[in-house]
Design a protein. Structure first.
Length: 290
């Protein structure tokens, strides 16, 4: 499942949903949480049901961000949207893997009710939005069978700890949020799931987005959340391997495949070992070749 770009869409906006479908995003996240006022949530659930029932192929995956477990609304959300056509849910404010196991049990029953194969609905977790969650990031490994990716967020965490800001004057994250970002990256890598960077809020600054995505990809993230359709093209480009990267990855993989028992290979006078092979295979997977 390709997760380079995930575009948030308010679940109660038909206009924004229609525009988002042509954005080129790998996934659309119909948001039942922060983007929908409390009084509108029942309406939004019904609108998601209509969207799921729409005929025709989709070049994108259908995700829904449900409300957090501590709101008491999660099961209502899931009961409404676990229907054929749903690819996955995003779980906000999770405290650790125990929350995902609990939601997994809900999904088991709801998939059966809807005539869906067990395990159809995958899960992405926003893994850093509570202080407790920061101490439980290691709990996601080994990964729950439904877990597809981890991402992180700063706003809710900042509200809980009382930060006056999460950004430095130069626009970089302050130290607590750099820690959250880094720990999410490691947790996702440990669980062997997609490593999804948080949103870039200034959607009118494409140059800033591109520079930030380049740094994100350099650090090891495999995709990013978008909050505006105009961000998608940049995100897709930055998190797609270049033709040169793919060609080199093919050469490394082919060299190891030619002699499976070896631990190192030499290519053009440079030695490559098993970590290089793992990286090569991840590049090929990102290019859709693995």
């Amino acid at each position: 499942m390709r997760l380079r770009s995930l575009l948030f869409v308010p679940a109660d906006s038909e206009r924004k949903f229609a525009k988002a479908q042509t954005s080129g995003a790998d996934g659309l996240i119909l948001d039942l949480e922060d983007a929908v006022a409390p009084a509108r949530k029942p309406v939004a659930r019904g609108m998601v049901q209509e969207m799921l029932a729409a005929d025709g192929p989709r070049p994108w995956r259908f995700w829904v961000r449900v409300n957090a477990l501590d709101t008491g609304l999660t099961l209502e959300d899931l009961s409404a949207v676990v229907l054929p056509g749903l690819d996955g849910i995003m779980v906000p404010k999770a405290n650790g893997a125990a929350d995902i196991a609990r939601i997994g049990h809900y999904l088991d029953a709801l998939e059966t009710r809807s005539g869906m194969a067990r395990g159809t609905v995958k899960i992405i977790v926003v893994a850093t939005e509570t202080p407790v969650a920061m101490f439980n990031l290691g709990s996601y490994a080994p990964a729950h069978e439904r877990l597809a990716g981890l991402t992180w967020g700063a706003e809710d965490l900042g509200a809980v700890v009382g930060s006056s800001t999460n950004k430095q004057p130069d626009g970089d994250w302050t130290q607590p949020y750099r820690v959250a970002r880094t720990m999410c990256l490691f947790a996702a890598a440990a669980a062997e799931v997609a490593r999804i960077d948080t949103l870039y809020a200034d959607f009118r600054n494409p140059a800033g987005l591109e520079a930030d995505c380049r740094l994100s990809q350099r650090d090891g993230f495999t995709g990013r959340v978008a909050i505006h359709p105009d961000q998608v093209e940049t995100i897709n480009r930055c998190f797609s391997p270049s033709a040169d990267d793919v060609a080199q990855a093919r050469r490394i993989a082919a060299a190891f495949d030619a002699d499976p028992g070896i631990g190192t290979v030499g290519i053009d006078g440079k030695m490559y070992d098993i970590p290089h092979l793992k990286l090569a295979r991840s590049i090929l997977a990102a290019a859709g070749e693995e």
